[in-house]
Design a protein around this ligand. Structure first.
Ligand code: SAH
Ligand code: SF4
Ligand code: F3S
Length: 467
């Protein structure tokens, strides 16, 4: 904070003697919650702020701007954020000049109510307004500001500060036109909007030139890409995958999250025929019971979902499949839940995110269905599901043990700095002994497996060790 009490966020000009214009360091602290879309948007928030002279601060106590990128997918996401917002309130009481800004999905769900409930918040903005962050900060000097439209620029076009040099998100669409009865995303992210194929390919080329080797195409319903834009500006999702995979320097392409109902045969073919398109699919099932799926408005049955799984496995035998599953949806019986368990066995997932149903205000399920599964039963079900997923994932992971696989090296292992960490095409993390550089491929002999990670030894390093 400046000594004269001026709002520290005004950028002071300094250093003009040297003929260069530089700015006094104004510091921001960003906490990001939620899914990959938010991770992507947070990279853009960092990029936008750093372009206007802000530097990141390690703690809220040292920051001039306390920024949050929020999630509201379940009640637990709101609770986690409330704890953090309380901490920002503490800082604001100690240093009233600090600016508190709340962006993302929770902010969108509350809109201007944020200022009534939390008067210490200076700026609130939704996920469609990331491009206006700089402007909002400037306007805040005059008054508290809120911005919640969905018709602004894509955040994908903004400057980014990426912390992973060889991997990048690439936003191809935003929003969701589905009406899953439990889900708040369509309310807080708006209708589906796609970027043009040309814009996407240009961004991918730029990323490749920056040293990126792996691109993950992002969208709430990523494989519904393009329906909202004129034919001459889009490609099919399958074509888009092929175009990005064909860019020099791009060695791996992933995408998330696809909706099973939009998973077309041409996409499966491109996955099977294009080596750069990874052998992994996150295919949210939500439930194994057709009756529940219907009430969730997922628009597919258990049988259709499993048929898709079988077609994927026929075309891409080594594919790994992960999923999202919800337990305790209104009206879910023991029989329905048993069908979810049997779906896990039949689909043979390599991993799954499992959630207890959480009623979200304004959604069809929250407004029109009784949250009638007792908390105790929900807990029992999720426990049984987590255990089964672990068993299945551990069994699946055994198929790698004893084989030699290509691993894209990401950096030092998280638990053991003497080892390296990377991932298989199947999106499974491998911790291994070796000397390969981040951003390159290592050939790794896989020696052991848990339900979530593999262990191994780089083949060249192995040869050296054996003399
Ligand atoms: N767009 C993605 C992910 C949406 S949110 C998709 O459709 O796949 C991520 C996951 O959160 C969902 O797949 C779902 O499993 C879970 N989820 C969403 N709303 C929920 C709610 N109200 N209660 C519990 N889990 C929920
Ligand atoms: Fe939510 Fe369904 Fe859209 Fe996924 S597809 S974001 S679960 S409404
Ligand atoms: Fe959360 Fe918004 Fe993603 S609600 S899960 S951050 S789309």
């Amino acid at each position: 904070m400046s000594a004269d009490g001026a709002k520290p966020r005004s950028l002071d000009r300094e250093g003009e003697r040297s003929g260069r214009l530089s700015f006094a360091a104004v510091r921001y602290h960003l906490t990001s919650f939620g899914c990959q879309m938010n991770d992507h948007d947070s990279e853009r928030m960092r990029g936008v702020l750093e372009e206007i002279g802000y530097r990141e601060s390690a703690s809220r106590d040292d920051a001039d701007l306390i920024l949050f990128n929020t999630c509201t997918i379940r009640g637990s996401a709101d609770d986690r954020f409330m704890g953090n917002l309380g901490d920002a309130h503490r800082v604001k009481r100690e240093r009233p000049d600090v600016v508190v800004a709340v962006g993302g999905c929770w902010a969108q769900s509350q809109q201007r109510m944020v200022f009534e409930q939390f008067p210490f918040v200076d700026i609130a903005f939704g996920p469609g307004e990331v491009a206006r962050l700089g402007e909002l900060i400037a306007r805040e000097r005059i008054d508290s500001v809120g911005a919640f439209s969905f018709d602004g620029a894509f955040s994908g076009g903004l400057p980014a500060r990426r912390d992973r040099p060889h991997q990048a998100w690439l936003q191809i669409s935003v929003g969701c036109n589905c009406v899953c009865s439990y889900c708040i995303v369509p309310t807080v992210r708006g209708r589906e909007r796609s970027r043009t194929a040309r814009e996407i390919v240009e961004e991918a080329r730029g990323l490749a030139a920056d040293g990126v080797r792996e691109i993950t195409l992002l969208g709430q319903n990523v494989n519904a890409y393009g329906r909202d834009i004129p034919k001459d500006e889009r490609a099919t999702f399958a074509e888009l995958l092929g175009m990005v995979a064909g860019i020099d320097g791009i060695e791996r392409v992933r995408y998330t999250s696809p909706h099973p109902k939009d998973m077309r045969e041409d996409v499966i073919r491109v996955m099977a025929e294009t080596p750069e398109v990874c052998d992994h699919l996150h295919l949210p099932a939500q439930s194994g019971s057709t009756r529940v799926l219907k009430r969730m408005r997922r628009t597919y049955s258990r049988e259709r979902y499993l048929d898709l799984v079988h077609r994927l496995r026929d075309a891409i035998p080594d594919i790994s499949l992960t999923t999202d599953l919800i337990v305790g949806f209104p009206g879910e019986t023991d029989e329905d839940f048993a069908e979810t368990l049997s779906l896990v066995r039949e689909a043979r997932y390599d991993g799954a995110y499992t959630f207890i149903y959480s009623p979200r205000p304004g959604t069809e399920a929250a407004e029109e269905m009784q949250d009638d599964v007792p908390a105790e039963v929900k807990r029992e079900r999720i426990q049984a599901l987590v255990e089964l997923v672990q068993v299945t994932a551990r069994e699946r992971a055994q198929r790698f043990v004893g084989s030699t696989r290509e691993v894209l090296v990401e950096g030092p292992s998280r638990n053991d700095a003497g080892r390296l960490r990377g991932r298989l095409s199947q999106n499974i993390t491998v911790n291994f002994a070796g000397t390969a550089e981040p951003g390159t491929f290592a050939r790794v002999s896989i020696t052991d497996a848990t339900s979530t990670t593999l262990g191994g030894v780089e083949v060249a390093a192995l040869a050296a060790a054996r003399g």
